[in-house]
Design a protein around this ligand. Structure first.
Ligand code: ZN
Length: 151
């Protein structure tokens, strides 16, 4: 028993972000597995917006063998538990945000790039009354961008 604990310690030496990723996964009540750890340490390494496709591509380039279904299931599980945020910006593919603090987004229609907009930058003067028996869970704002036309 002491031996395996030592081996584990040795294996994780110098991989602080992996240890941190493991702690954050566990902190959301999710069981830590190798594949979940790979996906979390990739996505949580920086404040960023990545599509499931991009994450699959990045994992493949590191030689990790994780199926697309596992990636989708893992990302959806992470999002459901609040570790990451699923973004509704694009009907064609699923985007995930490593920043779960409330904020809005710019999305460039040409490049597809997504960037953050602070809550304080947007002000609502009126919102509809939610239907009976419901309450507002959140408001998503995506400001679509295009190149300004030259005159
Ligand atoms: Zn964001």
């Amino acid at each position: 028993m002491a031996k395996s604990a030592l081996a584990r310690q040795a294996a994780s030496a110098g991989q602080l972000d992996v240890a941190e990723a493991a702690a954050r996964i566990a902190g959301c009540g999710i069981r830590v597995t190798d594949q979940r750890l790979q996906i979390a340490s990739l996505l949580l390494s920086a404040p960023q917006h990545l599509s499931a496709e991009q994450i699959a591509e990045m994992l493949r380039s590191t030689g990790a063998r994780v199926s697309k279904a596992t990636i989708y299931n893992t990302l959806n599980l992470f999002a459901a538990r609040g570790l990451i945020r699923h973004l509704s910006v694009d009907g064609n593919c699923a985007w995930f945000d490593s920043n779960v603090a409330p904020h809005y987004h710019f999305r460039d229609e040409q490049t597809g790039q997504i960037s953050d907009v602070a809550l304080s930058e947007v002000q609502f003067s009126r919102l509809p009354q939610p239907p009976p028996g419901t309450e507002m869970a959140g408001v998503d704002v995506v400001i679509r961008l295009r190149k300004r036309k030259e005159h």
